[in-house]
Structure formats: C-alpha cells, structure tokens
Design a protein around this ligand. Structure first.
Ligand code: CO8
Length: 254
C-alpha cells in the first residue's frame, strides 16, 4: 500500500494549490514533507499554465514547525539537514501566497515568511517557540522575522515564545491581509489568479526586485532595480501592456 502524500498539489484555474497534508502531526514539517513540497513547488514553477501558487495547511492549521520527533535524536556535529530542502520556496520564480489558518509555529512561521504574500485567517497564530525546546529558529525565524516586525517584537517572540494573533500580525506587517477563516482559501486563490493574469516576466522580476531589498544596501538595490526595470522593455508584457493603455483597451497578456 502506498503512503498518502504529505503535500497535495492541484490546479485551480491558473493557480497552483499546495496543501500540507499531515493533519495527525499538525503538519509537522518532516524531511519527507519538505522533499515533497520542494518537488511540487518546482513542478508548478515549470508549468507554463500556472501563474502563481498558494500554499496552505488547510482550514485548521498551517504547520506546527519542524518535526520534533525527527529532530530529537540529532547531535552536533552533523550535516545541515535544513539546507536545500527548506530553501526551494525561496528559489522559485513564481509568487507563492501563504494562506495561514490556525497555528504557524516554529518552522511553520518560517515557511510562511519565506512566501511572497501572507494572507491570514482570523484564527491564525504566529510564533517561534524553539527556545522552549532548547534550540533557536533555524530557517529564518531570527532574520526574516526581525526584518518583518522589527527587533523589539522579534526579540520578544524568539526569547519568550510569545505568539501573535492575526490582528497583531497584520498590524506589525507580518501578514498582508486578514480575512474571515471561511474566506481564506478563496481570497488567496483570487490573489493568485489576479497575479496569473499579469505578464509573467514582470511578475517574476518584481518578486526578485523586492526580495533583493532584504539582502543588499539601498544603493545596490536601487542599481539592481534600475537594471531589471530596463530589461523589461521589449518583453511581450511591456509591449502589450503599454499598447493596450494607449489603445484604451484591456491588455491581453497570454
Ligand atoms: N513535530 C512533531 N510532531 C508534532 C509537532 C511537531 N512540531 N507538533 C505536533 N505534533 C504531533 C504531536 O506530537 C501529536 O502527536 P501524537 O498524536 O502522536 O501524540 C499530534 O501532533 C497532535 O499534537 P497536539 O496534541 O499537541 O495537538 P494540538 O492541536 O493540541 O496542538 C500545536 C497543536 C499547538 C501545534 C501543538 O502540537 C504544538 O505546540 N506543537 C509544537 C510546536 C513547536 O514547538 N514547534 C516548533 C518546532 S521546532 C522548529 O520548528 C525548528 C525549525 C527550525 C528550522 C527547520 C529545521 C528542519
């Protein structure tokens, strides 16, 4: 008998929907789950009929973090067991929208922060409880979190394990929008569909440019942005987008 997949992948219109599927372990992010997620992300990234992705953990939870059962026997020195497996979501070209309901804890919060837009249900909670397990966040929970919410709140969360509810996460800029839980998936898919109708070169380059702002100085980032901006002239999207504006008609990008 084959085991149930830990990540479900399906097409919804021009959106690729990925659902973490390990409810009995609260979507704990085991090595196998992260391998499956990486494979599914790369498949959608390569699919020309998909314009943007939605990543969710279902209506009750996003993810309870890395798999503690798997990590407990590990001893340093050891191989980097996070590495490539956890980075795929940050390497793909298409935007990924995290649709978060319920707990997004530890690696679950970190996975949401790796996505490009985070939409939260009013039931969502974000936290980095690793300190209570004798470790610290290992996939961005000290770095992306501090950049998103600032040092004061990041320190509070990382040092005490305090969790943010959806409203606080929105106020602090960790999430883009909060919606009623029953609307979460529809809203996230609508955003993905909207992006999927836009010119794919400009979408991928816009994502890259904003992400670069977290990794470089302002002067270097502005040079990078300018080069990317210029590179879009002559693409199908630029020609059609500007022609449609001047012709006073809706653009047809695909
Ligand atoms: N790992 C493994 N199993 C888990 C995890 C987890 N993170 N979380 C829950 N489970 C399992 C439980 O062991 C339990 O299993 P069983 O039924 O066999 O006893 C089952 O899921 C149900 O758990 P609960 O009864 O606790 O479920 P509740 O709905 O009452 O609570 C919670 C859900 C709030 C999510 C709660 O389970 C919880 O607090 N979980 C742990 C959260 C946590 O501490 N996360 C941080 C993990 S460390 C981490 O993420 C480090 C990331 C570093 C980078 C990546 C490295 C690979």
């Amino acid at each position: 008998m084959t085991e149930a997949p830990m990540v479900l992948a399906e097409r919804r219109g021009r959106a690729g929907l990925l659902t973490l599927n390990r409810p009995q372990a609260r979507n704990a992010l085991s090595d196998r789950l992260m391998e499956e997620l990486g494979t599914a992300l790369l498949a959608f990234d390569a699919d020309p009929d998909v314009g943007a992705l939605v990543l969710t953990g279902g209506p009750d939870r996003f993810a309870a973090g890395a798999d503690i059962r798997e990590m407990a026997p590990r001893r340093y020195p050891m191989e980097d067991f996070i590495g490539r497996r956890w980075e795929t979501v940050t390497r793909i070209r298409k935007p990924v929208i995290a649709a978060v309901a319920g707990p997004a804890l530890g690696g679950g919060c970190e996975l949401a922060m790796m996505c490009d837009i985070v939409i939260a249900a009013d039931t969502a909670r974000f936290g980095q409880p690793e300190i209570g397990l004798g470790v610290i966040p290992g996939a961005g929970g000290t770095q992306r979190l501090a950049r998103a919410v600032g040092k004061a709140v990041a320190m509070d969360m990382v040092l005490t394990g305090r969790q943010l509810d959806a409203a606080e996460a929105e106020r602090l800029g960790l999430v883009a929008r909060v919606v009623p839980a029953e609307r979460l998936l529809a809203e996230a898919l609508a955003i993905a569909e909207r992006i999927a109708l836009l010119p794919p070169d400009a979408v991928a380059i816009a994502k890259d440019a904003v992400n670069r702002s977290f990794e470089t100085t302002l002067a270097e980032g502005l040079r990078y942005e300018r080069a990317l901006f210029l590179s879009l002239f002559g693409t199908a999207g630029q020609r059609e987008g500007m022609a449609a504006f001047l012709d006073k008609r809706p653009p047809r990008f695909r």
